[in-house]
Design a protein around this ligand. Sequence first.
Ligand code: V0V
Ligand code: CO
Length: 140
Amino acid sequence: MFMRIDHIGIACHDLEEKIALFSQTFELTVVAREVNEEQGVKEAMLHIADGEGGGSYIQLLEPLSQDSPVGKFLARRGEGVHHVAFGVPDVAEAIDRIGGKGVRVLDERPRHGSMGSQIAFLHPKDVGGMLTELVQATRP
Ligand code: V0V
Ligand code: CO
């Protein structure tokens, strides 16, 4: 089902500050910056490598409001790893296959993700405490 790790999502208070930290420390390049109102985030993707069906990235996330998923996470836990995203060939199919296994799928239908991707989340309490994202990257 999983082709690669698509990205590690990191929650932060100040996106520009963390872009500078990660790009300078690890010599990574920002390849996309987006505001996603539906997900309540302002985010940046830093490219690591290309893989099967898409790339691998670090995703830096700043909340648009305190009552958004990332805003609540920051208030409760502070800055750090917020989610892990796996690349799948077909996110709708992955939702169907995982949904029958007792894991709560938070998105019945795929949502719009970074760089034109289709995404869906699985509840962290059902996946060992890890907020899990499924990503179907856009095909060039
Ligand atoms: C909450 N919990 C987490 C967590 N967020 N555990 C691990 N990782 C996280 N990120 C725990 C929390 O500590 C509670 O445990 C429990 O889950 C339920 O907490 P809650 O207060 O009811 O949780 P909420 O209301 O904050 O909702 C949590 C969920 C929510 C995961 C349901 O954050 C959600 O729907 N997330 C999916 C959307 C999202 O995160 N979007 C932002 C990234 P205790 O304390 O009770 O034990 S957008 C993105 O990645 C994009 C656009 C992209 O990749 O392209
Ligand atoms: Co993500």
